[in-house]
Design a protein around this ligand. Structure first.
Ligand SMILES: [Zn+2]
Length: 81
């Protein structure tokens, strides 16, 4: 599991941050530690939009949210996995 850093804008440890499961969500196998595919953190500002797009795969939803909100990717992407 990654720390609560918004996947859209990079906001860190927002008190309203929560995870959203996208269409390509795959739970981790038992005993495996890491961050599940298709699960992303969003800050309170972007959570609603992410939930509305949760029927899309994560990458597609993020792409649409960036286009709609004109939010550039965070300067330093958190490590994946
Ligand atoms: Zn955000």
């Amino acid at each position: 599991m990654r720390p609560p850093i918004c996947d859209l804008c990079g906001a860190r440890f927002d008190p309203d941050a929560a995870t959203v499961r996208f269409a390509d969500y795959e739970p981790l196998p038992d005993g495996l530690v890491g961050h599940p595919r298709g699960l992303a953190w969003f800050c309170g500002r972007h959570l609603d939009a992410a939930q509305r797009l949760s029927d899309l795969p994560e990458a597609e939803a993020l792409k649409r949210m960036r286009e709609e909100s004109h939010t550039p990717p965070p300067a330093a992407e958190p490590p994946r996995g």
